[in-house]
Write a protein that binds this ligand. Structure first.
Ligand code: GAL
Length: 397
């Protein structure tokens, strides 16, 4: 017994010192929430746009709903000066990045930026290879709170080593910066990234389409890989145990409000990101979104599932082809459960308590998290109509 206590204490000590070394121990305790420029604006970004976005966070209640990080993706940089300092494109960002960060901070929000572990970013602007410490220090000086770090033009670089190097540079720069690893899941980052970054991409780039398969588009030397939302979903199965407070699987930024996704598809997409404890990084033009889209992305009951402090990633508990059941354990012992209908017609679906880890013979309340109403008390199972390409998401408590 005494031996066991000793071993356990050593283990706790070892784990806490690893945490202390990372400098990331209290960042992203729940999945980061924010907005990123890429999914809508690609390389076409500028300071007025980003300031407008930061204002919309306040005006439309996104900040109040929990969204915090305003992140500029690829396309803000132009080149380096003779001392190797990274320079912003002054045509797009005439006031400079520090001033933009100050503006975002003055709205009570946090500011994120983008770079790449290779010699160029995917948009062919200077990457951070060989300049990691210098870039990290620049970001810290500007007041950056979040860094998305991409994987283009990395040749035969080793991914864990490259990301560890930038993580060390960020820690040395002395400012707490959420570190978002964007390596597209190719070297299974979930197996090495939890001690290095706060989130890591698990797939190629998302597209606002229901089930388009992987498509590779050649862009110069680089191949870009795209994938639709349900295909991304299939790739999350089995990754649940790697996620937790401070370290999250990232199935890519949201496409809610983009492309041709229907209302039901947008609700399904958002619900899944909530059940998966995925980072909620909006990717739509929030200046122009419909009231319907605003209502989806600010649903407090869905967001509470995503932000639950236990930090469990939900898992698929049943797969009947087009009909799936997903469940996420919440801190208070309740379950968020989602019935998912991939088929082309509406369907009646059900799940049993035992499938979500609850005793079959007990009575529980069921609350519909999209209708935002208690449906009633049930024992053993719950049945509901589920729209085509849609979900019903409930809390069982
Ligand atoms: C990709 C990345 C996208 C976006 C883009 C910028 O590699 O997955 O999310 O950042 O690069 O060029």
């Amino acid at each position: 017994m005494r031996k066991l206590v000793l071993i356990l204490s050593l283990l706790v000590f070892a784990l806490s010192s690893i945490n202390a070394q990372t400098g990331f121990d209290d960042l992203a305790q729940t999945p980061p929430m924010g907005w990123n420029s890429w999914n809508t604006f690609r390389l076409d970004i500028n300071e007025d746009l980003v300031k407008e976005i930061a204002d919309i966070f306040i005006d439309k209640g996104l900040k109040e709903a929990g969204y915090q990080y305003v992140v500029i993706d690829d396309g803000w940089q132009i080149n380096r000066d003779e001392d190797g300092n990274i320079l912003a494109n002054r045509e797009k960002f005439p006031s400079g990045i520090k001033s933009l960060a100050d503006y975002i901070h003055s709205n009570g929000l946090k500011f994120g930026i983008y770079s790449d572990a290779g010699y160029l970013t995917c948009g062919k602007f200077p990457g951070s290879l060989g300049y990691e410490y210098q870039d990290a220090r620049a970001y810290a000086g500007w007041g950056v709170d979040y860094l998305k770090y991409d994987w283009c033009y990395t040749g035969n670089q080793n991914a864990p080593d490259s990301y560890l190097l930038m993580r060390n540079a960020l820690v040395k720069a002395g400012r707490p910066i959420v570190f978002s690893i964007c390596e597209w899941g190719t070297s299974q980052p979930w197996t090495w990234a939890p001690g290095i970054g706060n989130l890591w991409r698990t797939t190629f780039d998302i597209r606002p389409c229901w089930d388009c398969g992987q498509q590779a588009i050649s862009k110069g030397k680089q191949i870009e890989n795209f994938i639709g939302f349900t295909k991304i979903l299939d790739q999350q199965v089995g990754l649940e145990s790697y996620a937790g407070p401070g370290h999250w699987n990232d199935p890519d930024m949201l496409e809610v409000g983009n492309g041709e996704l229907s209302y039901e598809e947008n609700v399904a997409h958002f619900s899944f990101w909530c059940i998966l404890a995925a980072p909620l990084m909006l990717g739509n033009d929030i200046r122009k979104m419909s009231d319907e889209v605003l209502e989806i992305i600010t649903n407090p009951e869905a967001i509470a599932v995503n932000q639950d402090p236990l930090g469990r990633q939900g898992r698929k508990v049943r797969d009947d082809g087009d009909f799936e059941v997903w469940s996420k354990e919440l801190q208070d012992g309740s379950r968020a459960v989602m019935l998912f209908n991939r088929s082309a017609s509406d369907e009646t679906m059900s799940f049993e308590w035992r499938e979500v880890g609850l005793p079959q013979d007990l009575e529980f309340k069921v609350r519909d998290l999209w209708k935002k109403e208690d449906i009633g008390d049930f024992t053993g199972s719950f049945t509901s109509a589920v729209p085509s390409h849609g979900v019903v998401m409930v809390k069982v408590f």
